[in-house]
Every structure is written in C-alpha cells, then in structure tokens.
Design a binder for this molecule. Structure first.
Ligand code: SF4
Ligand code: SF4
Length: 728
C-alpha cells in the first residue's frame, strides 16, 4: 500500500467533520431504510431485480440495438460508443454546431466517468451543475464522495462557507437558506442555457425511453428548458421493459435515500416540443467503456446489475470512517473499487481494494444482489497473479503452507511471547516495529500447550455411550491461543454422546491466504485439510470459528476451481456437507433431545456480538441466542450487534488505523448495554474485543458461547451422562 494512500486515509480518519457527517448519516440511514421497506418483501424484490438485470447484462448487444431502433423511431439521435474520448468529442460537436455557450447539467456519474466538465470548459463552454451536491463539488473542485449524495462528506457550515464565497454574501449554515441560494443561482442558468445534459437511471429498450429519478426537480428542468438535450447512458442502465424499470424505480429511493418514492420521476420518450413549438434536439449516447467486456467476464458480469443506489456505501463500516475522497476515483466504496478496476484499470484498484474488511454488510443490503466482497477478493486474486504478492506476505504464506514448520514455530512462539505477556495472559506492549499491533488492543499470548496436546487428556465417553463420531477442526486461534474454547466444545459434544477426534494433520483453513488474494496458498491449505478431515469416518466436522467454517463449507470448491484443481471438488463437497458450526450443532442436539440445560436460575446478563461470517454467510446467529437464553442468560442486545468489530483476520494488522476506530465503536456499544459479559461465536472477534476491553482496563468479560454452554449444557434429563466420572 503506497505511502501517499495511507496518508490520505489518515487525513480522512482525523477529519472530525467528515467522520461526524458520515457517522450521523449512516446511523440515521439504517433505521430510515428499514421503515421505507416496511411491508415490502425485500428479498423477493431483489431476486426479481437481480434476475432482470442479469438478463439485461447477458443480452447487452440486443438491448442496445432495440433501444436504438425504438428511440430513433421517436426522433432521438442515438450514438453508441465504447470510447470516452469519442463521446466527449461528440457532445462538444453538438454544442459547437448549435452555438451553445452554456450547458446546464443534472447529476450524472457517467459524465464524471469520462471527465466531461473540464473537457467542455477547456473548449470555452460554461458548464453549470444544477444538483445541489454536484454544484458544491463543482465549486470546491472535488470529486463526488458518494454516488447519490456527492457532498455528503461536508457539513452545512462548510457548505455555507463555499456558497458565501460564491455569492459574496456571508451565509449562515442553515439548510433552508442554503437551498434558497441554490434555487436562486440556478434559475437564471436554466433559462439561458443552450443545452441540457443528463444521465439516466434506467434506459428502457422496448420503448427507447430514459427514466430520471431526482429529489430536486432539476433534471426535469435540464431536460425540458434548453432546446438541446443530451443524455449519457452507461450500458448497465439498459433494461428490457417498462415493468423491469418499475422494479428499479421501486427499490432505488428506498435503498438510496430511505424514501418511499423520489420526488420526481421523469420518463423521456423521444423528442418533445420546446415552448416555441420546435422539436427538441434529443441525443441519447449509449456508453460502453468496458461494460461489454465486463458482461463477458463470468465473475464480474454481476456488477452490471448495479442500480447505483449507494446503499452499500451507507452501511460500510470503512466508508463511514474514510468517506469517498480517499478512493481517488469517480466511484467510491466497495462497488467503486470494482468499477475503478474495470472502467479505469486493475492497478488503480491496488490500494483501495485493501480498504475492504470483508464484513459482507454491502452484500446483505444490495438491492441487486451483487456479491461485492467476493468480487473484491477476485480483484485481489487478479492483482496477485498480475503483480505477485508483497514479499512479507509471500514469506508468511510459505510458512503457513508448511504445516510442520508452521506448527513448530507456533509452539516455539510460546516461549518468546510468554516473556512479554502479563500474568493475565495478555500482551499489552510489543517492542519496536511490532508496537502498532498492541497500540489499541492487547493480544492474547500463545497458549503454553495447544489444543492438539490438551485434547488428549479429556476423558471422552466410553465406547458403549458413543452415538456418533465428530472431527474437530480447531483453526489456528483455538488450537494455539484459546485451547480452553476447544476443550469446552469437546465437553459439550461428549454429553450428547459424540466422541470428538482431533485430526493432527489439520492446518490453517486458508482464509488468510484467500482474503489476501493468494489463491494457490489457500488451495494447498484446502487440500491439506480435506485430506486430514476426511481421513476418519465421522458424521460431523465441527468448527467453533465462523471464518474456518465458511472456509470448509463454502470456500474450498471456489478456491480449488479457480486454480484449476477440479479433481478435488468431489471431496471438497463431501467436507462441506459434513461441516457444521458448534452452536448450530448444539441446537440440533437439543432439538433431538440429546442435550438440555440445567434448570437454570437467572444467569449473568450478557450481550451477544455477531461475527460477520456467522451472521451474514452462515446466517446462524439466532442459534446461540436461543441456546444462551435457554441456559438462563438474559441477553441485552447492543446497538449494531452485527456490525464488524474491526478484526477481519489480518485486516487488524494490515490496516490498524481503521481497525482501531471500528473496534472503539464496538466497545462503546458494548459498554452502553451496562452488562458485564460479551458472548460471541468467533475466536477472532473474541481476541479483538477482549484485547480492546483489556487495553481500556474494562472489567467486562468476553467468552466464546461454547464456554457458557460447557457450564450449563447437560445430557438430556433421564439420560445417563456419557461423560466418564472423573472420580471413577
Ligand atoms: S452495488 Fe448494490 S448497493 Fe451498491 S450501488 Fe450498486 S445496487 Fe446499490
Ligand atoms: S464487505 Fe464490508 S468493508 Fe467491504 S465493501 Fe462491503 S461493507 Fe465495505
């Protein structure tokens, strides 16, 4: 990651106005969006949008032809091009041929994409942005920081300063007053401009229409008052029919600004009459700019489903801290990273792809069902193939891929680490260049004995009491830092008559490598684990780490396929089918009547933190809540319980400056509940939150759900315990 990029990120993080404005908006957005979608089956709506937009992406050429024919039949001139410079030239020529000296514009990301304004201005044509946010951006000579609200990063007082400079009048930071200024300033321009330029939210092939959705009404004036109207439309805006367009119009305001419907929805179909009776000169420009290439890419094709609502930005824990300016390009956020890699070039995404913590919030909320985190991983993979991995990562992964060496180093690490660890097992300070790792949270020490050793000492059920066999996949953190978590898992399962083995040849799940784009390394981890875990005849492969569970259950097939190791796919599928996370298995065992909870008096009040993988990929976080309540815990939900804690695997090491404020917010939300115990199902989150609370000197305890269940889960009443009596 370049030094200048890190400096930009630091500047953004230290800009209180920016983080304040984005933080307030993002908090208000969540609740407001929920209200806007009340009574609507969001999943059904987005299934439909995804399906219709995927159809359009698969039939781009046909839709372009159909749109062109229908629009031309209604008097529009249609220009199709894949070349931004030809599009700029076309628009300039239209303006010059008609003697236009002033253009009014409504908001259009497509025109930003081809840098149209400076080009026209250099040719001596005045361009006036008429969308309030875009005008602010134009006056401050910035880039939009958000697809829908371009100046969201600025406070009203900053805007007042900008407008004061422009109008020569000292203006207060009052929104009503500022809106009046915009109205007053724009009115004259609408009346005197020779040309209006707009984008389009949707382009309908069956009618040759474009649809414009705005709240300010400026697009309606831009497209009706001047005698020439030019609309620049990216291919991704094409849909087949008006009913497809209606789906987009239904979702767009709710997802974008949490409104039931936008104030203005305009449909332009063919030439209209000017007030002198002449026909408007209507130019519809369909822009490819690598969209056709994207449609042909099996992985990235889905990005064309985007309806540019920006809700993915509104819920992104990283975007709300750094804003859009650091993305350095026209498009910001996770989807912006993908569009930059395509519409600009792959290497331009090299720094910004590193901002993504892979929390999955964007995927969960996207009305077009785009798997943004997966596509960002694909960018990482392609960058790694094209440019190679950084030296440090290469070194680390070469160790991780050598199981014996990796595990010996971890064992040996205990001696070194115990020298700097405190008596409570936390490392609070690391020396020299490692010091940043403990700046905002303590780290766990490596356990004196890993789980692979201590598990041998657990007295498991006698063979006659064993109902099923399970293999435990511990993952690195439970094996080497939190063996007591693994021991709890084994004890609980034993009570249901499950004998648990620990396949010694298991190794890192491969998630750290995959998340870094090192798919070859991840594939080797996958193969090692498939061999180790399928070596024994077990019913379940149990994991108590959601990231590992996702790796075993979901990722291996994709990873192996992407590196051409198809011969392992069948075994990867078998492993996937056997893999189950701890809490889901316990819930199943309770449902089968094999486990129950002791008649619990009220236990400690607690709050539950949802790990990102657990909540959004495994969709399992109801199970531990049900079990903990059944065990007697009163759960007090924290604000944003499913918001990332800032761990993100190696993210906390690679981007500590972002990980720290995300964790700080999580700790505040925990502290606000007033409880003394936090429970989670993820050892990574456990490490991050526990370390953060320790660093703050907080007495709040953090436990893995298995530890609580080991305290209270018992064999079904009336059923003899399958645990050996330690006194026997
Ligand atoms: S990726 Fe999805 S959420 Fe983000 S702007 Fe596009 S449609 Fe909206
Ligand atoms: S996965 Fe999370 S961090 Fe990455 S872009 Fe999506 S919301 Fe942002």
């Amino acid at each position: 990651m370049s030094r200048s990029f890190r400096d930009d990120v630091s500047r953004a993080l230290n800009d209180g106005d920016l983080t304040g404005a984005l933080g307030r908006f993002s908090e208000a957005y969540r609740g407001a969006r929920e209200k806007a979608y009340a009574g609507i089956d969001f999943e059904a709506l987005r299934d439909r949008i995804a399906e219709r937009k995927a159809y359009a992406a698969s039939n781009l050429e046909a839709l372009v032809e159909r749109f062109k024919a229908n629009a031309e039949a209604k008097g529009a001139k249609v220009f199709v091009s894949d070349d931004p410079s030809k599009i700029r030239e076309y628009i300039l020529k239209v303006a010059q041929d008609r003697g236009v000296t002033k253009i009014v514009k409504s908001k259009s990301m497509a025109t930003e994409e081809i840098h149209l304004n400076p080009y026209l201005e250099q040719a001596g044509i005045a361009v006036k942005e008429t969308d309030c946010g875009e005008w602010i951006i134009q006056l401050t000579r910035q880039r939009p920081s958000h697809m829908v609200m371009p100046a969201i990063h600025m406070t009203r007082h900053q805007v007042a300063d900008v407008f004061s400079k422009e109008t020569g009048e000292k203006l207060p930071g009052e929104i009503d007053r500022l809106v009046k200024v915009v109205r007053h300033e724009m009115r004259g321009h609408f009346m005197t401009a020779g040309m209006g330029i707009s984008g389009a939210n949707v382009a309908v092939a069956e009618t040759g229409s474009i649809v414009l959705v705005t709240n300010e009404g400026n697009a309606r004036l831009v497209t009706t008052l001047p005698k020439v109207h030019v609309a620049l439309i990216g291919f991704e805006k094409l849909v087949e029919s008006l009913s497809d367009a209606a789906l987009v119009i239904k979702a767009l305001p709710k997802s974008a600004t949490a409104q039931l419907i936008s104030t203005y929805v305009s449909i332009v179909t063919g030439q209209t009459r000017n007030d002198d009776g002449s026909l408007k000169d209507l130019h519809l420009i369909l822009m490819d700019n690598r969209r056709t290439a994207m449609a042909k890419d099996e992985k990235f094709k889905q990005a064309l489903q985007c309806i540019r609502c920006a809700s993915c930005l509104n819920v992104c824990p990283v975007y709300r801290l750094v804003g859009g300016q650091v993305f350095g390009s026209v498009y910001a956020g996770g989807i912006g990273t993908i569009l930059t890699a395509w519409f600009d070039e792959l290497r331009k995404a090299k720094d910004i792809q590193g901002l993504c913590i892979q929390c999955g919030n964007c995927k969960q909320i996207c009305p077009a069902k785009i798997d943004i985190p997966e596509l960002i991983l694909e960018i990482r993979r392609r960058l790694a193939v094209e440019q190679g991995l950084p030296m440090v990562q290469k070194g680390i992964f070469s160790v991780v891929n050598n199981r014996r060496l990796f595990h010996s180093l971890l064992r040996a690490g205990w001696k070194t680490v115990s020298a700097v660890a405190g008596r409570n097992g936390f490392i609070r300070h690391l020396p020299m260049f490692l010091s940043s790792l403990t700046e905002f949270r303590s780290l766990p020490a490596i356990a004196e004995r890993p789980l692979r050793d201590t598990i041998k000492e657990i007295e498991q059920p006698d063979p006659e009491h064993v109902v099923e066999q399970a293999a435990f996949y511990a993952g690195c953190l439970i094996d080497f830092a939190y063996p007591h978590v693994g021991e709890s898992v084994v004890k609980v399962l034993n009570r249901a008559g499950i004998h648990v083995t620990f396949p010694e040849k298991q190794t890192c799940c491969g998630a750290p490598a995959r998340i870094s784009g090192a798919y070859e390394v991840a594939a080797q981890n996958a193969i090692d684990n498939i061999e180790a875990l399928l070596d024994e005849d077990v019913k379940y492969v149990v994991s108590a780490c959601p990231t590992c569970t996702v790796a075993l259950k979901e990722d291996y097939s994709r990873v192996l396929e992407s590196v051409g190791k198809a011969e392992w796919l069948e075994k990867a599928k078998t492993l996937s089918e056997k893999t189950i996370d701890f809490s889901t298995l316990v819930k199943k065992l309770v449902g089968e009547g094999r486990l129950a909870f002791e008649d619990a008096q009220a236990l400690q009040k607690a709050t539950y933190h949802d790990s990102c993988h657990y909540k959004r990929i495994l969709k399992a976080s109801q199970a531990p809540r049900d079990l903990l309540r059944a065990a007697g815990h009163e759960l007090k939900e924290m604000y944003e319980s499913d918001m990332c804690c800032g761990m993100g695997g190696s993210y906390t090491v690679k981007m500590p400056e972002i990980s720290a404020p995300i964790l700080a917010r999580k700790l505040k939300n925990i502290q606000d509940t007033g409880v003394s115990l936090v429970i989670t199902d993820c050892p990574g989150c456990l490490m991050q939150i526990k370390g953060g609370l320790d660093k703050d000197g907080s007495p709040i305890a953090v436990k893995h759900s298995s530890e609580l269940m080991a305290d209270s889960a018992v064999a079904r009443p009336g059923r003899a315990s399958t645990e050996r009596d330690p006194a026997a």
